[in-house]
Write a protein that binds this ligand. Structure first.
Ligand SMILES: [Zn+2]
Ligand SMILES: [Zn+2]
Length: 717
């Protein structure tokens, strides 16, 4: 609709003269003088307004003049202090300065929302690049994406150190204070090349990623601009609360053959308080880092000579793992699981049937070839690449380190004829699997190349899915409860209704999705459905745990699978005498022992509950003459299965306490004359609190009770 507006529109009272419902002052500010490109006769003293309808999130529809910006609509709707960094226009992210030409729906993107934080981080990466180039004019910015905890930017420049970050950060804050407008500019191919002619990295991106004749956009703040599709925050003032956190190196495009770059990491928050809190959490996380604690507490070791990403569980760490395995084992027995053991390798043909080879070979160690065959091939002068092709095509067979336990368990299932009376069959194994992670991605216990899953596969009838899924998540819930991980949520991964990639009958999918949904619902914790997050072979349930400092970890998974039973043609005889296909459920409540222990080390900050503590009592003697009593106490404790360490050395008791405290034992038991004479002990807790003269027998009884109850923290003192 076109509306006639008298030319005196800059005069405020004009709004009242407009015969338009709900038109706001913002619309009037954004009136375009449509005197060019239009054939409408423009009488002197008149402008024309095109009116559009803008639908707000609450359903309100406002009328504005076309050309109104997102910022104007949002300011009009929620006020000037709206806390938004960008907007969703018909579901697409746009800059605040985006001018709306047609009727649409609009919603502000708050800075603190996930989408808002992404934009904030990304915009701060631009600010970082601007600051670096001002300080180091020869530096060439390459890419700068947001990441989980903040953002980074990679620069081709001379290496810098942590101490160089401070001036860069100061420069960023100075640029933020200048409140530079961030402007989107569209450029054609030629202009793009001209703008980035001094930066070969950007030119490479332009040539590789931007098709001919398409052009792209840059974002400009002050004199600085960067190749980018946006959106961005409207001005640099929104980026005030940022902090640079570290510097490292990276290869251009992750390719070790290419240039080495300087990578600078940073964080940003919408407010000063939020930044302070994030910094506090990062410092806490540093203290809890399982890589550091794992070394200090002697829990695990990684040795370059053994191989990257391969965990050596040292005695103290192995104790924790064994306790966890025993704990889960007892529940498996109660829930009717059968324990199995399978080898670490399997034939390529097995993984061809399962679909793991050759499709996922990039994430696996290369296959192994039988000795005799290898010799024969090498005598024939067969090269590595020929060998690899022969394996891929199936002309020669080989073995693979198993990337999954499932195919082995499938073969145990199919080793016998099965009847509906046998189902469900639940096979459990702490099975070690191997995946090829890029060396840059390997980290401590949480990203490794070999790991042991607390794996199990359930072979069930269609009707049993709901009940069995429930059983699986009950187990996860018990584990989380015992470990004090009370803050967790559940994600139910469902099909994408628009996709056809899923195997299996849609009706069966509906039922399995319902089973997962109902199981999730029944737990009474926060849960969400996520369309498109199912695997192509079945819906799944993921558990996401929040630790004490607010970080989220994805742990256990329960996965329904229609595909593997099909690929391996599994059957059972039904009550009708016919053969039917079972359904498989994969489930691993911890995920992997390595990852889970890594998370637990950080969750407990190395201060494990008594039942999990590698050593539960450290017995410290005050002097040499108490050695014998220390032995008596130690033996009595060991008799009850308590893990004990004695220090009857020459150090003073103060020195002994300081030394042993570093290992965070559940208790230190201090023995001197008084204790030896009265057959008692003195206990010292991690907090430093002490109780004296506890009768030995009472102590042992209480301690055993605490261990068997799996009490969350030592509580005898
Ligand atoms: Zn950008
Ligand atoms: Zn599996």
């Amino acid at each position: 609709m076109w509306v006639n507006v008298p030319l005196t529109w800059k005069n405020k009272p004009i709004i009242e003269n407009l015969n338009i419902p709900k038109i706001s002052s913002f619309a009037v500010h954004s009136v375009r003088m449509v005197d060019e490109g239009l054939t409408l006769p423009l009488n002197a003293g008149e402008v024309y307004l095109a009116l559009i309808n803008v639908t707000l999130p609450d359903g309100t529809v406002n009328e504005y003049a076309a050309g109104v910006t997102c910022s104007e609509v949002i300011t009009d709707a929620i006020g000037r202090k709206n806390g938004c960094v960008a907007a969703l226009v018909n579901g697409t992210e746009k800059d605040m300065s985006f001018s709306i030409e047609e009727s649409c729906s609009i919603e502000g993107i708050k800075a603190e929302s996930d989408a808002g934080m992404y934009i904030l981080k990304h915009s701060t990466a631009h600010l970082l690049a601007q600051a670096v180039v001002e300080l180091y004019p020869d530096a060439k910015p390459t890419i700068g994406p947001p990441v989980d905890r903040g953002f980074y930017y990679d620069f081709a420049m001379e290496p810098i150190t942590e101490s160089d970050l401070k001036p860069i950060q100061k420069k960023m804050q100075e640029l933020a204070r200048r409140n530079l407008a961030i402007e989107r500019i569209e450029l054609d191919d030629k202009e793009l090349q001209e703008h980035f002619q001094d930066n070969p990295y950007k030119i490479e991106i332009i040539n590789d990623k931007i098709g001919e004749g398409i052009g792209s956009t840059i974002y400009k703040q002050g004199d600085w601009y960067d190749l980018c599709l946006g959106p961005h925050v409207p001005n640099t003032a929104k980026l005030m609360f940022c902090k640079l956190t570290s510097v490292s190196s990276a290869y251009w495009r992750g390719d070790q053959e290419r240039e080495q770059l300087v990578r600078i990491y940073g964080i940003v928050e919408p407010t000063k308080e939020a930044l302070k809190e994030t910094v506090r959490r990062m410092e806490e996380a540093k203290k809890r880092d399982h890589r550091k604690l794992g070394r200090d507490l002697q829990l695990f070791h990684i040795d370059e000579e053994v191989g990257q990403g391969l965990i050596l569980w040292t005695p103290r760490g192995a104790t924790i793992r064994q306790e966890l395995q025993n704990f889960i084992g007892s529940h498996l027995q109660r829930q009717g699981y059968s324990q199995v053991f399978t080898p670490h390798i399997g034939k390529l043909d097995l993984y061809r049937t399962s679909g793991h080879f050759p499709y996922y070979q990039d994430s696996q160690y290369p296959p192994l070839v039988e000795k005799d065959l290898m010799k024969k091939l090498s005598d024939e002068g067969c090269s590595c690449s020929e060998l690899s092709n022969l394996m891929k095509s199936g002309e020669i067979d080989g073995y693979m380190l198993k990337p999954m336990n499932c195919p082995h368990h499938v073969k145990i299932y199919s080793s016998q004829a099965r009847s509906y009376r046998d189902l469900p069959i639940r096979l459990a194994e702490f099975g070690t699997v191997y995946r090829w992670e890029q060396s840059g991605e390997i980290s401590g216990m949480t990203r490794v190349r070999g790991f042991t899953q607390d794996d199990a596969h359930l072979f069930v009838t269609e009707e049993q899915i709901a009940q069995e899924v429930l059983g699986c998540i009950e187990l996860v819930q018990i584990i989380f409860g015992i470990l004090g991980m009370s803050d967790y949520r559940i994600r139910v991964g469902l099909r994408d209704p628009d996709s056809t990639k899923y195997v299996g009958d849609p009706n069966r999918w509906d039922k399995a999705e319902d089973a997962c949904r109902n199981a999730a619902k029944s737990l009474g914790v926060e849960w969400s459905e996520e369309e498109g997050e199912a695997a192509f072979y079945g819906p799944k349930i993921d558990f996401v745990v929040k630790d004490v400092i607010g970080r989220e970890w994805q742990l256990g998974t329960v996965q329904v699978d229609y595909n593997l039973p099909e690929r391996f043609e599994l059957t059972y005889k039904g009550s009708d005498g016919q053969l039917h296909r079972p359904v498989m459920i994969h489930r691993a409540p911890f995920g992997s022992m390595e990852r889970f222990c890594g998370v637990l080390i950080e969750h407990f900050a190395g201060r494990f509950p008594t039942w999990l503590s590698p050593t539960q009592c450290h017995i410290l003697t005050i002097s040499q003459k108490h050695t014998q009593y220390a032995q008596t106490v130690a033996n009595a404790l060991k008799e009850q299965g308590v893990r004990v360490e004695i220090d009857d050395g020459d150090d003073t008791i103060g020195k002994k306490i300081r030394t042993h405290r570093k290992l965070h034992p559940a208790y230190m038991v201090i023995l001197g004359d008084g204790e030896a004479e009265s057959n008692t002990v003195s206990l010292r807790a991690r907090s430093g609190e002490q109780i004296a003269d506890l009768p030995l027998e009472d102590f042992i009884n209480n301690l055993c009770e605490e261990i068997s109850q799996k009490t969350a923290q030592p509580s005898l003192v």
